[in-house]
Design a protein around this ligand. Sequence first.
Ligand code: ADP
Length: 451
Amino acid sequence: MKQKISKILIANRGEIALRIIRACKELEIKTVVVFSEVDVEGVWVAKADECYPIMGNPIEAYLNYERIISMAKKANCDAIHPGYGFLSESAEFARACEENGLIFIGPKPEHIELFGDKMASKVAMKKIGVPVLEGTDTPVVDVKEGEKIAKEIGFPVIIKAAFGGGGRGMRIVKQAKEFSKMFESATNEAVKYFGKGDVFIEKYVENPRHIEVQIVADKYGNIVHLGERDCSIQRRHQKVIEIAPSPLLNDAVRKELYRVSIKAMFRLGYESVGTVEFLVDEQDNIYFIEMNTRVQVEHPVTETITGVDIIQRMIEIAGGDKLKFLQEEIKFRGYSIEFRINSEDPQNNFMPTAGTVTKYLTPGGPGVRLDTSLYAGYELPTCYDSMLGKLIVWSLDWEGAVKKAKRALDEFYIEGFKTNIVLHREIVRDDEFRAGKFNTGYLDSKMEKFN
Ligand code: ADP
């Protein structure tokens, strides 16, 4: 089963490409990157051992998997790391890698497929005994039928794209008369962004916290969790700040989240890293909402409090290594907070911004980690996601972590275009945030105050 991985092609860009290169360097694995024509100046391109351009459409460059696989073979790679986004959740790509004798660094294609469909994954998890929200088990196609189901569930409900992600294709419906309009717009958005219009309905939870469990599983049935992350600080259902561990989570709830996550992954025979996402309501009921079968943007906060390098372990698992640690050996230390740094203007409805970095001063010192591919003089391409990187801080206690964040955010200076750093500075000064009291409605409700 064990296969030696000595050269990896990274099918991604930006901060995550750089993160994977760093992990590989420490493991003494050679790296190959493919890059689009607008990414020529990317720092990760310079840091990889080999780099090959893919001309044409700059987004297609990272999605054209036949091309990527043929380049990996030509460059004598053993494996491909997909990062997050792009091809990371394509079962078709994972299968194509296997068929071409390349190791896909990620889970089995059947698990990518299952969890790519939020509705099917809810059904599978429910069967295992994981609590899920009341809702439909099959796609809702007829608006009248949908309205009837929504009435039975009881308003408010949420209409969700089965194949959705990134907070898209979701609509909250507060009352029956809004249903048909919301149904139509959720379906249209689902078609536009995900190519499939399937939607389902589930009960909408008021003021929940978003808590997710990081799983690491090898090919031999050994599974451990690396604790939880609190991703409740969101804007329009998109994560903005992530925290490990969750500051005010009841210990019994925490243990239950770990228990059901491990049980489900064991039953399904999951391997690689993955994240089981839950909503926790005000009465501390837990509900599984989805599973992400890739490394997540927010993985560094978990690495910070556990000392486990998630990307390195992911590579070793793909190569057939056994997990090198038992659950009891995982020690959780202190608090870590991650701030997503986006090129967007908080004063102008978070519209994406672009330009050249004319001045760049980065935070540093004890307890500060910066994962970004930005540098002074870098010209930001406009065609990709606005996330430029992440600032991660650590301290032994929550108060210390917030103070550290304040200090690090104040040190961070990017000139050339607007970023959301100003918003982060306001959040860390807010009394409720400092008290650890927040749910998924926190940021949207504070927007007026922060502007
Ligand atoms: P995506 O895959 O687009 O990120 P998720 O299903 O993970 O979508 O949900 C993203 C966020 O949307 C959650 O963290 C939560 O804030 C909100 N959300 C999703 N489902 C519900 C629900 N049933 N009730 C309340 N909020 C929800």
